[in-house]
Ligand binder design. Structure first.
Ligand code: KG4
Ligand code: ZN
Length: 341
């Protein structure tokens, strides 16, 4: 199918045109960072108003870059949730209006499913089911067993902060500019990851769950201590990042070891997949690749432009999920708490 994707779940106004869930003919993203930076975080009301101002032009832009007209499309895919309600409604209302006006099929996509399929954009090989995905973003951190496009099971998740949220909050403690994750990643490159032994919280050892709020608090207390005031900020950043990566890799390794009966019947997981905004992190990518190598299992992560929120991944998820993503343009409503499966 040739699908138009629309993604407005948070602060990126994103549109894309994707063929067969793989080939990205256009990928447009208007980042709103300049409007939120002075507040040090995303202001939902501002995000919603910016989406309303930008989305029509972003749809036109994607279509013209892809050199396709609305009549050539096979459908319209939109993020229906989870996310900020004021942001989601702009994308959903626009997609419904386009579907009504053109008669094209409408597909409602869970934002997290979009992240799961992002690593396979612009690749030619078939998807390696069953695979284990570590999905780490600003709002979520979870391990997902993907047996088929419509059979997705969360096997572990964060009990408190998402990994990206921990990066953003720690970046603020280090006075880094918004958005904090990428800034902390680059500062950490000049630091020693072993300089400070921050704690590795693993939530309940009997589960595959994780926890990051204690780590963030440790960084805060450390920075307020005499030693912390004298410490190199790059060392603090590198040591914090190493703690996050250790927890994520530990949980992923345990999930591999505890692979479900279903995956075992199919001969074990056929791939390890990293996705979500934090998948752009250099230290996490290296550790994830090393884990795959040590277990002789292929690893996939998205191209950098498909790590953070984008609409190509929404069109891809609609393609892979097919009929199960079909929605009615008369009744679809945005759901800020949309369930995962
Ligand atoms: O997937 P995403 O764009 O939005 C959500 O669905 O949440 O993820 C955004 C998150 C932010 O917390 C951001 O700081 C983090 O991804 N992030 C990074 C990096 N690039 C983005 N975190 C660590 N290192 C990075 N290089
Ligand atoms: Zn996201």
């Amino acid at each position: 199918m040739l699908l138009l994707g629309i993604e407005t779940s948070c602060d990126d106004t994103a549109t894309a045109v994707v063929r067969d869930g793989v080939r990205v003919l256009a990928n447009v993203s208007t980042n709103q960072d300049e409007f939120h930076a002075k507040y040090g975080g995303i202001v939902p009301e501002i995000a919603s108003r910016r989406h309303a101002a930008l989305l029509s032009a972003a749809v036109d832009d994607a279509l013209s870059r892809a050199n396709v007209g609305l009549p050539e499309l096979d459908g319209i895919a939109v993020t229906a949730g989870p996310g900020l309600i004021g942001s989601l409604v702009v994308g959903v209302a626009t997609a419904k209006a386009l579907a009504f006006a053109t008669g094209l099929p409408l597909f409602a996509v869970n934002h997290l499913h979009g992240h799961l399929f992002a690593p396979f954009l612009e690749r030619d090989e078939p998807l390696p089911y069953p695979f284990l995905a570590l999905l780490v973003s600003g709002g979520h951190s979870q391990l997902v067993e993907v047996t088929s496009p419509t059979s997705l099971r969360i096997v572990g998740k964060t009990r408190d902060d998402a990994a990206g949220e921990a990066f953003d909050k720690t970046a603020r403690l280090l006075d880094l500019p918004f958005p904090g994750g990428p800034a902390l990643d680059s500062l950490a490159r000049d630091g020693d990851p072993k300089a400070i032994a921050f704690p590795r919280h693993r939530a309940d050892p009997g589960t595959l769950d994780m926890s990051f709020s204690g780590l963030k608090t440790s960084v805060r207390y450390y920075l307020a201590s005499d030693e912390g005031r004298r410490a190199r900020r790059a060392d603090v950043a590198a040591s914090f990042q190493a703690a996050v990566v250790d927890v994520l890799i530990d949980r992923t390794t345990r999930a591999l070891d505890a692979r479900s009966d279903h995956a075992r019947d199919a001969g074990g997981y056929r791939a390890l997949v990293l996705s979500g905004g934090v998948a752009a992190n250099s230290a996490l990518q290296s550790a994830f690749t090393a884990l795959g190598r040590s277990r002789s299992i292929p690893t996939f992560f998205p191209e950098r432009r498909f790590c953070t929120d984008n609409a190509a991944m929404i069109a891809a998820a609609a393609e892979h999920r097919g009929e199960s993503a079909r929605a009615d343009a008369a009744t679809l409503v945005a759901d800020p708490n949309l369930a995962f499966a």
